[in-house]
Design a protein around this ligand. Structure first.
Ligand code: HEM
Length: 168
């Protein structure tokens, strides 16, 4: 007598009726605010690293000041982006249920800590802060930004998170 077939294997997370509810709720006319904000910390984190590099090459005070402003704005706008992303994560069931969203949250929290440290360290004397620690923290921030940004893109382009498109 043949053995009984096992019931069909299903992934309980993917089988959940809310799994494909991934449309953004923190949005302006359907365009996610998080996606609009993240461009700023991403660009400013790399600008900080660039400004530190130019200060190292030229010794011009201007570049140390530019790095102070770029690192501060990267952190502050990064926090705003993080708030909009976190509200989205908690409010949208299909985003909340995916492990990838939580991985992005963890990467982003590490990134925000590094961005905050990079700015805070400079507040006590922005010129002396650049070499060697400022530029080293900036390099770390640029790497963490690349990782977090790439992963955020993966959420959107691989899993269609935050999009309302049904492939029409
Ligand atoms: C702190 C908590 C964060 C959470 C919970 C979060 C969550 C999300 C979510 C749910 C998306 C999908 C799009 C959407 O629904 O808006 C996304 C996309 C993205 N995130 Fe985050 N995020 C966080 C912080 C950050 C930070 C600090 C950065 C980088 C500075 C970042 C970079 C990105 C990028 C580049 C995308 C893709 C945007 C696109 O191409 O449209 N995220 N994030």
């Amino acid at each position: 007598m043949p053995a009984e077939l096992p019931p069909e294997l299903v992934d309980p997370i993917q089988a959940h009726p809310e799994f494909n509810e991934t449309g953004s709720k923190i949005a302006v006319a359907g365009h996610p605010i998080h996606a609009m904000l993240v461009a700023f910390p991403v660009a400013l984190a790399f600008c900080t690293f660039g400004a530190d590099g130019f200060y190292w090459l030229t010794g011009e005070l201007f570049w140390a000041r530019a790095a102070l402003w770029a690192s501060g704005m990267a952190f502050l706008i990064g926090v705003l982006a993080g708030i909009s992303g976190t509200v989205e994560l908690l409010m949208v069931p299909g985003i909340r249920r995916r492990a990838a969203s939580w991985s992005h949250f963890i990467f982003a929290m590490m990134l925000l800590s590094v961005l905050g440290a990079n700015w805070g360290y400079r507040l006590d004397g922005y010129e002396q802060a650049v070499l060697p620690w400022g530029i080293l923290v900036s390099a770390l921030a640029a790497g963490a930004t690349a990782l977090t940004g790439w992963h955020g893109g993966k959420l959107v382009f691989d899993y269609q998170i935050g999009t309302s498109s049904k492939g029409r």
